[in-house]
Design a protein around this ligand. Structure first.
Ligand SMILES: [Zn+2]
Length: 253
């Protein structure tokens, strides 16, 4: 999911594997001219079958074979999608770098990532980001409760919904005005966005295809709220919102 220069002829990859979760892998000699041993050079966000070799006393695995299964071409054409996937990479690093995900979690995350990439050309970029972030937070056990207001249970009210990390999820307009301000994010959004968030988080992958970003200003609010939530529960800064903003600025400049 990301790559870095390891030496003049070698690259270092961070990959998300089906069975082991986050792994650091070194591709020795891959930059050497006419080296076809590893096939195409893996790129960020490609789905690959990789064969790695690890010494028992080394933290690094050595990449010995690579077959691209799916090249994520949609990332190259749509910066919102690139920003969405880059945010997922950052989120995964915040949750699991340094800790091996257990095999069940690794497999679930792999399914989320590969599902989003396989549908990439047909998905809205903002929906892709929201769906991925909410699902990964859920697998990590830190997703907000969004089925109804966590305090009063109401589901359908107009504007003024907020996420409260102190209460553990969504607050309706009535409850948010009484809630502890220190534990509540200020970004508000309307019932339509609550519904979009629920569907992005909870429906089958194929059911994400018809979902569209309502308007940039409203979408920005929702992405902002989710980014604030993720940053607070993981005690890190998830840059999804920043990416999204710079994408918008690029569109408008
Ligand atoms: Zn309420």
């Amino acid at each position: 999911m990301s790559r870095d220069t390891y030496s003049r002829t070698s690259l270092e990859y961070s990959v998300w594997s089906r069975r082991r979760g986050w792994m650091e892998v070194t591709a020795k000699g891959i930059m050497r001219p006419r080296n076809n041993r590893l096939g195409d050079i893996p790129d960020e966000f490609d789905i690959s079958d990789m064969t790695v070799y690890g010494k028992a006393n080394s933290i690094y695995s050595i990449l010995v074979e690579n077959n691209l299964v799916q090249s994520a071409a949609c990332m190259r054409r749509d910066w919102t999608k690139y920003a969405a996937m880059a945010s997922l990479r950052e989120l995964l690093a915040a949750v699991w770098r340094g800790y091996a995900a257990d095999e069940d979690d690794a497999w679930k995350v792999y399914q989320v990532l590969s599902g989003l990439l396989l549908l990439g050309d047909r998905l809205d970029g903002v929906v892709m980001g929201l769906a991925g972030v909410m699902r990964i937070l859920d697998i990590a056990g830190v997703a907000p409760q969004i089925g109804a207001c966590v305090l009063c249970g109401r589901t359908a009210l107009p504007g003024g919904w907020v996420l409260s990390w102190k209460e553990g999820g969504l607050l309706c307009p009535g409850c948010s005005s009484n809630a502890d301000a220190a534990g509540t994010f200020r970004t508000t959004f309307d019932a339509g966005l609550v519904e979009l968030l629920r569907r992005a988080a909870g429906t089958q992958m194929e059911a994400l295809v018809p979902l569209k970003t309502p308007s940039m200003e409203r979408a920005e609010r929702l992405v902002s709220a989710v980014g604030e939530w993720a940053s607070a529960v993981l005690d890190t800064r998830v840059t999804m919102f920043t990416w999204f903003r710079s994408m918008l600025e690029g569109v408008h400049s």
